[in-house]
Design a protein around this ligand. Structure first.
Ligand code: ZN
Length: 242
């Protein structure tokens, strides 16, 4: 899902999702533990993707980043203890293992959603990544595990192929002309002048502010974990990277 542009802080992960570390300056601190930086590689929780974790270091002092969220357009890093001050020069380091797994899951989720949308004409109503699984909610009356296994199989075929994934900004009007760009049953705020588009070449285009791998081959394979009925036509499915 799209995230509004950030006013003063540079969200480096939007352009380069492969950055694992960066130098930053502390812009402000709230209650000693909520840190705003001039630029960051830390993804804030949102759009179905969990936040990054990692470390912020100042000289030899290490602050563990336990949560990252976005509040009033600013990315706030919650650290485990106080001590950082406005103007401090710090070094940021991501928990890359966690982030890369989320990037693989997130990219897998695009492919699965795209196959479901085009193949079964379903509307995806919810999508939440967790560290070890991916949850999908969608609307479909006729539903059985075998059909879903077929979609998982189709997705796995695509993950064997050398298919690039790219992302870029498009003016809002132009972006909204792309069919199926917004698969989630959720409207974009009308005040965003441009949308970030994530394109899996030949497979899917989606308006999206999350982090993804550069090629479908990086995803690996996925497997179905469980399926649930949540009412007459609301379905829930969990799958995971295998
Ligand atoms: Zn995405």
């Amino acid at each position: 899902m799209c995230l509004p542009q950030i006013k003063m802080m540079k969200a480096l992960y939007l352009e380069d999702s492969l950055l694992k570390e960066c130098d930053s300056v502390v812009v402000s601190i709230k209650d000693g533990k909520y840190v705003v930086l001039d630029q960051t590689i830390f993804y804030p929780k949102g759009g179905g993707q969990p936040c990054d974790t990692g470390k912020i270091t100042k000289a030899n002092e290490v602050y563990t980043v336990v949560y990252v969220g976005k509040f009033s357009g600013e990315i706030s890093h919650e650290v485990d203890h106080t001590g950082l001050k406005e103007g401090d020069r710090v070094h940021c380091l991501l928990n890359w293992e966690r982030r890369y797994k989320l990037m693989r899951s997130h990219t897998a989720a695009h492919v699965f959603a795209s196959l479901l949308c085009t193949g079964a004409g379903v509307l995806v109503t919810g999508n939440q990544l967790e560290e070890d699984k991916i949850r999908f909610d969608f609307s479909l009356e006729k539903f059985d595990r075998g059909t879903l296994e077929e979609y998982i199989e189709k997705a796995n075929e695509l993950f064997k192929k050398d298919i690039p994934v790219k992302w870029y900004e498009l003016p809002r009007d132009e972006a909204l002309k792309i069919p199926g760009l917004i698969k989630m049953a959720e409207a974009f705020p009308p005040n965003i002048p441009s949308l970030r588009v994530v394109e899996i070449v030949g497979v899917d285009k989606q308006a999206d502010g999350g982090t993804h791998v550069r090629n479908l081959k990086e995803v690996g394979q996925i497997k179905l974990l469980k399926t649930e009925n949540k009412g007459k036509s609301n379905r829930r499915v969990y799958f995971t990277l295998s």
